[in-house]
Write a protein that binds this ligand. Sequence first.
Ligand SMILES: [Zn+2]
Length: 203
Amino acid sequence: MDEYDERVVAEPTRWLADEESKPAPEPLLRIQALVNTVELPTGPDRLADPDDARPWLIDNGLMAAEAYLSDADLQLLRDVREALRAVLVRNSGGPAPTEAQCKPLRTVAAGGVARAEVDADGNVGLVAAGDSVPERLVDLLLIMRDAQRHGSWARLKVCGNDECRWAFYDRSRNHGGTWCEMSSCGNKLKNREFRARRKKANR
Ligand SMILES: [Zn+2]
């Protein structure tokens, strides 16, 4: 276990959000980053393998360093990722998400707890209470809520290319952006080194 931890620390834990061409402002970037952990339809998936996912999840605040990551947690993450993508389709002018598509977000909402915090200036914030993936996912719901109130939520969209669906932040004046990035649409990671470790060749 010690050897495992050392190796994880030495590895790059960032994925793509630090290189997004159309990044959302923090903290909304956290939702964009989760949606963009996979290149659809058949590209690399940062959340397919627990050894790949773990350092990224810790670095992105979706689990504590000492927390256990189960297969069910990974499945929930992937389900939430696609639920978020379905919600973002609506921001992009597409249909509203279905009941089934929203279900993973409701699962997180039903199981999680938010805690109020007061900082040194007296500002009050809400944060997820707990160290596990299901508990920390509540943070993303809180980020969604704030972004929906502030209006930035509507600018977080997914690419209009059905084969791509990459999440991007639309900074255009008329909110009319449709594509993630013309030059590399649908080809985000294919030309990029897949930095997560590919340990299990038999997967
Ligand atoms: Zn695209």
